[in-house]
Ligand binder design. Structure first.
Ligand code: ASP
Ligand code: MG
Length: 482
């Protein structure tokens, strides 16, 4: 049996000393089961957002706002480190004064934030924020969290060791969204992680951050810690990857909208990727790739409810008697209707339209075409007036915001025609704007007014999840109505 296990803890799982202590307990539980964890952590909750604001303030020349943000971050990390020392002490024996462990932790945290402040001062002086400097600044969250958590793990009795992720996650130089270099990562993991595993230690790395071959700090894009976990899992051929978050895994629908939503116990990579794209905040789509390639199962688990089984994501879908696994909604969309005037039926027309979106770096969600018109949906964004202006050189353009895309995902819809009829029957009272059965053949989606989204999800959920397959869905959690 492959005992190597990558455990990734997101920002909320390490948001404060209590959460970090809970995380240590979860890791210790896996060690006690004979597993060999490699831990990947995010920055403490909200830290990345704050670092981005600090960078932006400094770039505007607003040095004092930037430094006010890092001052708060410095205090938060020092307080957390101190609480982590105390938590251990009270369990053992009273703390000496001054506590040498606390002093040591504070010294390195101070030094880290001193050098961050130095960069921000320089940035405020030159007033130009390059993507390279932005990555350098936002990397601080994971640089500091990973070291602090590794030290806390040691205090909580784990044989843990901090490994700077930038030594292992080698990427190209596309700052802000760097592309990992798989073979180099594999080599670096052999060099910097494998020896610790041989010695029975638990390596702790920051997610999200990497570096170029020349050693310049990069990041993998927002939410990139999941990606780090998958890269490490793939690189060391782990037996499994656990993504620890603050939800009970993937649900059949958003429980805030559908109180009887169920946990999906098992889902395929393809289905999960489809859902991730809809911002089902559980997982980053790119996470999936390095794990899929090596057939490594990924579990999504809740660090506040560790006994819960979570969702297992596997290469192939398990058989399921219902057509869908989950209903996702993406809001804040705009529909653009582009009606050909002059260029009717000319070839190259669609290309010309898409070139406009490409030029504005605006991704398109959904497309439907007829002889004379193209409708497509995009995330509502501030570039739309400029895009519409460019498009109007080719066609008549209208656009309308406040739309939502409802997407139903499931492998079992392949080749089942009657399902579309059931879907449309259950939302017959709602006005559908665009309909698509995704090219992947595992999603059916339609666009509606944003205000209708919740009603649509509840109707679809009642239609498709009233008799759930117990092999796939956690039916036990559906509490009998009192
Ligand atoms: N800290 C990074 C972010 O907030 C990466 C992550 O948490 O996955 O985007
Ligand atoms: Mg995340």
């Amino acid at each position: 049996m492959n005992r190597l296990l990558v455990m990734k803890f997101g920002g909320t799982s390490v948001e404060d000393a209590t959460a970090i202590q809970r995380t240590a307990g979860i890791v210790a539980g896996r060690v006690a089961k004979g597993l060999q964890p490699i831990v990947v952590v995010s920055a403490m909750a909200k830290v990345t957002d704050l670092l981005i604001s600090a960078a932006n303030s400094a770039a505007r020349g607003d040095r004092s706002s930037a430094l006010a943000i890092t001052e708060r971050l410095r205090i938060r990390h020092k307080d957390t480190a101190a609480q982590l020392v105390t938590a251990r002490r009270t369990a053992e024996k009273p703390a000496p004064h001054p506590d040498p462990e606390e002093v040591a932790a504070h010294a390195w945290i101070e030094a880290e934030f001193d050098s961050l402040d130095e960069i921000l001062r320089g940035l405020a002086a030159v007033g130009e924020l390059t993507p390279r400097i932005a990555d350098m600044i936002v990397s601080w969250g994971e640089r500091v969290s990973s070291r602090m958590i590794a030290e806390a793990f040691v205090r909580f009795g784990l044989k843990a060791v901090h490994v700077d992720a930038r030594q292992c996650i080698v990427t190209d130089a596309q700052y802000g969204k760097a592309v990992p270099h798989d073979t180099l990562i594999e080599q670096r993991l052999k060099q910097h992680v494998a020896p610790h595993l041989t010695d029975g230690r638990v390596p702790v790395l920051g997610g999200f951050i990497g570096s170029t071959e020349q050693g310049v700090t990069t990041t993998l894009g927002r939410g990139g810690s999941d990606f780090t976990a998958a890269l490490i899992g793939g690189g060391i051929d782990a037996g499994a990857i656990e993504i620890w978050t603050d939800v009970n895994g993937i649900m059949t629908a958003d429980p805030r909208v559908c109180p009887d939503a169920l946990r999906v116990k098992t889902i395929s990579f393809e289905e999960a990727a489809e859902l991730a794209y809809f911002g089902a905040k559980v997982l980053h789509p790119a996470t999936i790739l390095p794990a899929v390639k090596k057939n490594i199962p990924v579990f999504v688990l809740n660090s506040r409810n560790p006994e819960n089984g979570g969702t297992r994501i596997t290469a192939l879908a398990a058989h399921c008697r219902s057509p869908f696994k989950s209903i996702a909604v993406k809001k804040r969309l705009t529909i653009m209707d582009i009606v050909a005037s002059r260029m009717l039926l000319s070839h190259g027309y669609l290309r010309a339209i898409f070139e406009v979106f490409d030029k504005h770096k605006c991704p398109v969600d959904m497309v439907s075409t007829s002889e004379v018109s193209v409708s497509l949906s995009v995330d509502s964004n501030e570039k739309l007036p400029a895009i519409a202006a460019d498009l109007s050189k080719l066609a008549d353009v209208k656009y309308e915001g406040r739309k939502a895309l409802v997407c139903m995902v499931g492998e079992n819809i392949r080749g089942h025609n009657g399902i579309a009829a059931r879907v449309f029957q259950s939302v017959r009272h709602i006005n559908l704007r665009m309909i698509s059965q995704g090219a992947s053949e595992i999603n059916m989606s339609f666009m509606i007014e944003e205000d209708d989204a919740e009603e649509a999800v509840r109707s679809l959920h009642a239609e498709f999840f009233s008799d759930p397959d117990p092999e796939i869905f956690d039916v036990e959690a559906r509490a009998p109505k009192a």
